[in-house]
Design a protein around this ligand. Structure first.
Ligand code: C5P
Length: 403
């Protein structure tokens, strides 16, 4: 079943340039099964026509509180009751201010007062307007009331400014909408996840690293978040954005990752070590760039701390899950690490197989506990992550009931 199947979403569009993205948003939400009713402010109609939104949503677009014809079709109170979720995208500083002050001077603000449905706001405005004290005060009031604030994103703005205030991408809004309806079975849990590679400096310009893209760890963070967990993502340098809503702790070296992991793990319910941590670091990092004067050169390396093993040694240790990227004897090595590092579970992948593991969008995992072996077949890392998160939770619950 599609995640938004039969979900009734009112999309409120206010008057910002990002309104031009809303037909695509409607199309994408519908593709995921949602039924969409669009409500537009007068300002929105200066950027995009109701006819366009009617064509993509397949429903009448409401734009006036005083339109008797529209009220006959579905009155504003009915619309307020119909919605499972109201998304306001783009939400201008003006509509945010009107909602915060409880005004009901057009259809969209009235709907927000008249509904008991959850409301999500996707702000879109000039960065100065976003940072203005009035807007910030309004946003913190709305957060305090339990409204969901989706964004804004940062980047170049229509006015030429650069900064916070862009409406989130359509993709992100669709993901947040799906996440909103997802089963929050991890509510109350705090997951700390390490991801990506580490970089071990040789000199100010060179380092030792590996091919980890961070995709698997980020997918696990996303899957845990959408299932309701609080997530801290301790990440080495990667080129992908962190999932919205997680606490991102950026590190470079294994030593920094070790320090942050031991800082966060004691508060965690679950620790997932997905990072490809460099096993060794350079003994003496050169202060200046090393010159290529010698025919041979040697770099002396020292072993790094084993982060996951140290977390598993904590007196009040969380549920600890490790990864094993192997090219041969996968089961043998994975089980060895499970025992030696005192892990609760280990997820093994065969990185020698083409099309999975490092840098790929797909992966296949075999998960070992002391007694079990479970296969997650080759699929997109997001699909694999969803199954892995659910499996980790089952083992976590089973361990807690044993206690
Ligand atoms: O021993 P190996 O590096 O193969 O173990 C892999 C697992 O151990 C992964 O979960 C990885 O994140 C973790 N690890 C770690 N700290 C290290 C080395 C590996 O947490 N220094």
């Amino acid at each position: 079943m599609q995640i938004l199947q039969d979900k009734k979403i009112v999309l409120g569009i206010s008057g910002g340039i990002a309104a031009y993205k809303t037909p695509e948003l409607v199309r994408r939400l519908k593709e995921h099964g949602a039924d969409i009713r669009v409500v537009m402010t007068d300002g929105a109609k200066a950027f995009i026509t109701p006819l366009t939104l009617q064509a993509v949503s397949g429903n009448h677009v409401s734009d006036s509180l005083l339109d008797s014809q529209a009220e006959l079709a579905m009155g504003h109170i009915e619309l307020a009751k119909w919605a499972d979720l109201i998304i306001i995208a783009p939400a201008t500083a003006d509509i945010i201010a009107r909602i915060t002050s409880g005004m009901a001077n057009d259809l969209l603000s009235t709907l927000c007062l008249a509904t008991s449905a959850p409301i999500a706001i996707a702000p879109a405005m000039n960065q100065q307007m976003w940072h203005a004290k009035a807007t910030q005060a309004n946003i913190s009031t709305l957060k305090h009331w339990g409204l969901h604030i989706w964004g804004p994103g940062a980047g170049e703005q229509a006015c030429g400014d650069i900064g916070l205030g862009r409406m989130l991408d359509v993709n992100e809004l669709v993901t947040l909408s799906s996440d909103f309806f997802a089963d929050k079975y991890l509510k109350g849990q705090h997951w700390v996840i390490t991801a990506g590679p580490t970089r071990e400096a040789i000199d100010p310009v060179r380092y030792i690293s590996n091919h980890s893209s961070g995709k698997m760890g980020y997918a696990i963070a996303h899957a845990a978040l959408r299932s309701g967990a609080q997530v801290t993502l301790i990440s080495g340098p990667v080129n992908i954005p962190a999932p919205t809503g997680c606490e991102l702790v950026q590190v470079t070296s294994a030593e920094q990752m070790h320090e942050q992991a031991l800082n966060y793990a004691p508060q965690a319910t679950t620790f997932v070590a997905c990072a490809a941590v460099a096993d060794y670091r350079v003994a003496d990092i050169a202060d200046e760039k090393i010159k290529k004067d010698n025919k041979h050169m040697q770099i002396s390396l020292i072993k790094n701390h084993d982060i996951v093993a140290d977390v598993a040694k904590l007196a009040d240790k969380p549920f600890v899950v490790g990864f094993a990227a192997e090219t041969q004897n996968v089961e043998h090595y994975a089980r060895g690490k499970l025992m030696r590092k005192n892990l609760d579970l280990i997820a093994a992948n065969d990185v020698a197989k083409a099309g999975q593991g490092f840098n790929s969008d797909d992966n296949a995992l075999t998960i070992y506990s002391a007694i079990d072996k479970i296969e997650i077949p080759l699929a997109n890392k997001h699909i694999v992550a969803k199954q892995l998160v659910s499996l980790i939770n089952q083992h976590y619950q089973a361990k807690n009931t044993e206690k």
